[in-house]
Design a protein around this ligand. Sequence first.
Ligand code: LLP
Length: 409
Amino acid sequence: MSNIKYVGKNLFIEKLSVAKIAKKNTTPFYLYSENQIKENYVKFFNTFKKIKPLVCFAAKSNSNLSILKSLGKLGAGTDVVSIGELLKALKAGIKANKIVFSGVGKTEEELKIAINKKILLINCESESEAKIINKLAKKANKSVSIGFRLNPDIDAKTHKKISTGKANNKFGISIKNFSIFLNEIKKLKNIKLEALSVHIGSQILSDVPYNKVLTILSKLIKNLDLNLKYIDLGGGFGINYSKKDKPINLKKYSNLVHSFSKKLNCKIIFEPGRSIVGNAGILVSKIQYIKNATNKKFIILNAGMNDFMRPALYDSHHEIIPITKNKKKIKGIIEFVGPICESTCKFGTYKNYQKISENDFVAIANVGAYGSSLSSNYNTRPLIAEILVNKNKFKFIRNKQNLLKLLST
Ligand code: LLP
């Protein structure tokens, strides 16, 4: 059941009217439903209940401290890709033994901190990285558990800019090089290989590529006679951005993962991001101006591509919904755009949209993942506020950035 829906003609988030929050606070802002996030996490966990996985929420999808805290309380770990995310996860109360560290370019400094904090796994992506980890571990007189990220050369059938599991993607170690690689790292005495990890892409809406990965992993583990403690199957589970998107059949996949993990006697780790927070957030924005052009009307919002990058970056579709519905229509085509001086600063085109006027509010839907976390100060615009709703209460979980801070450099 969605926590963001219309009650009569008004858009509600949990028990609060979005219009009321918008009228009281400076727009634009991100608005999240805490209970939607929790429900998504619990639903995900329950789908895989039989295998009791460790679910490491991908902090890159939304790294707000309050959201990490909220998920941590439910038992989630965190998948981090930088020292900033690692320290934030720890600050949010996530135990180090529930944190996995991914990424192709971890620096020596980052690896040193990860080793000192004794996180569960560093998912290593190259021979050079393995050597650095070994050197640092030796210096610290430690033995460090690592995972290797495999590049399974699987097409996740998603947007090409968010596909990561094909041989031509920079991620992981190819199957072809894997056994040579294993022989090399056997010489490194201060690291021990305890896991294999894979992550083939994001916004994946079919279970087929995931199933293929399981087959590849099974074969590889058997052929190389690997004795592993963990298999990290990554994230990537897609959400429905439009009515055309069909939800991924996770139940079917969970049965396959169950038999896979039973055979290997390994703990399964997942790293979902989007599927936990994506549908839990909206971006509330005011209509600044309406401008007539030759063949359409521009609806100029006060939110820009710096606040929400996905449409500009991936041509991604996000519904733009009025926060108060009416039955009147605007004739012709309208295009929602933002104020940034780039033609890609646009959010969607509609025909026969309901009547809207300057100073009305609209919400860009499904922006909980890769919304705020991808935002920037482009055009010297402060980062916008983030507000979290729980039932009939809302609180700021990030204040709008102070403009003065941006003026100092
Ligand atoms: N694990 C690893 C190693 C990853 O690289 C990612 C995402 C995830 C987990 C989480 O994937 P998710 O469950 O959220 O799909 N900015 C893009 C998405 C980039 C995803 C990068 N990696 C977007 O807005 O669509």
